[in-house]
Write a protein that binds this ligand. Sequence first.
Ligand SMILES: Cc1cc2nc3c(=O)[nH]c(=O)nc-3n(C[C@H](O)[C@H](O)[C@H](O)COP(=O)(O)OP(=O)(O)OC[C@H]3O[C@@H](n4cnc5c(N)ncnc54)[C@H](O)[C@@H]3O)c2cc1C
Length: 447
Amino acid sequence: MADPEPSMSTAEIHIAIIGGGLCGLALAIALERRRISYTIYELQSTFSEIGAGLNVAPNAIAAFNAIEPKLGDAVMALGTRNSPNAEVWMVNRLGAPTDRFPDAHAITEIIAPGVGHTAVGRYELLNLLASKIDTRHARFQKKLTRVEQGEDAATLHFEDGTVDAAHIVIGCDGIHSAVRRSLVGNDHRAAEPRFTGIGGYRAVFPMDQLAEAIGPEVARTSCIWSGPGGYATMYSIEGGKKVNVGLWLSKEQYRERVKNDRWVLRKQKAEMLEDCRSWGPSIQKVMRMMGEETTLWTSHHHDMELDSYFKGRVCVIGDAAHSMGPHQGQGASQAMEDAYVMSVVLSQIKDPSCDHMSPLLCIEAAFSGWQEVRKPQAEWVLRTSHEAFDWWSSFWRRDLEEKDIEERSREATFRFRRIWDANVDRQGDVAKYSMLRSLQKAMQVAL
Ligand SMILES: Cc1cc2nc3c(=O)[nH]c(=O)nc-3n(C[C@H](O)[C@H](O)[C@H](O)COP(=O)(O)OP(=O)(O)OC[C@H]3O[C@@H](n4cnc5c(N)ncnc54)[C@H](O)[C@@H]3O)c2cc1C
């Protein structure tokens, strides 16, 4: 968009979405449905994703359905689910024998009503979302370097030397967000994510291979194995033909090593086998199946919370705002809730109550309504995701007793239902109410 008119009415607002990942595309769909003008800028030459599977949690399905009716159902149709009980999210197993219980003992089944464990290919999900937007609104190979705010618009600066302008900028540019850096300044301690001290060895195998190694019943239902010093995950992808495996362990000793942007360490098989020497036979067998090329992903998150996710006409959402560890499978789900609630408040900028206000005041009221709802929720999920690493791993103890297992079942239900049952429609209503309340207050002051 060239030169937004200084005298624009709030109904003519144009939005720049920086980043065409899951969050940016979800927001674009939501804006398109609400007939809000936008352009999406993506640094790659196409919409693309790395990595294999993604667990889409019940709260993400609800957010997709709120963004566009039946979109959540379409996402579920892409997913691989457990059989015979499709409502099982994860079976929590023991990753090594204890004094009382054998290796692979099932501690508890965590149920996610209606959704269970829905694993989608990242690329398939991204394609589905991309198919819903009008690509005339997309600009590729546009790497944003910084945003400058002016009185009537923000100026976007790209690495290729070009500039563009928009009334509102939403940073959906992920964990290394340039928009976040523009908001807080490059030298701010919260500008970049930090190493969590945890690393994950990850691989994808043919399901038949895994079933042969640990038995078909154990292999075919998604499970989390609590073991000495960490936990392992396994879940089916690609309609049950393959399985996604991860082993997450404390890697505190890597703190210095990852400082130089070495997030993914290659050829780590020997170290991995050393790391899981005290685990039980099932996990040892699986880990031996991993290739020589096995990589270690060092997990990073935004442990330094921002005082505010917005300033003036610029706001960050999704991983750009609150990137979190993968231990509750929630990063993308929180991003979907962010996108839906953001579309609700942005659509209020067209509301007649905004007509008599300065556009910037309306934009700030919209962001503040969104933030009031989304910041505490996403940050709570971020913190508990980090704690969840210990929660999964510290459960394994030699002297584990039956009563510990009963307690675990109760805790597991509480932990995940608190996240999955966050009613996204209600969050949208509360954010809208909060935005309109701040506008009313501003109007009273103006009178
Ligand atoms: C190992 C691992 C496992 C995970 N498992 C799960 C899971 O099971 N379930 C779950 O919900 N979440 C999971 N997550 C988290 C999830 O992947 C993220 O939370 C989610 O992808 C965030 O979406 P996003 O759109 O905010 O950011 P991203 O997916 O990172 O997208 C950012 C987009 O912005 C673009 N971009 C970046 N910088 C710029 C720039 N300067 N200019 C223009 N464009 C830019 C990028 O190319 C990209 O397209 C996992 C993460 C990891 C690392």
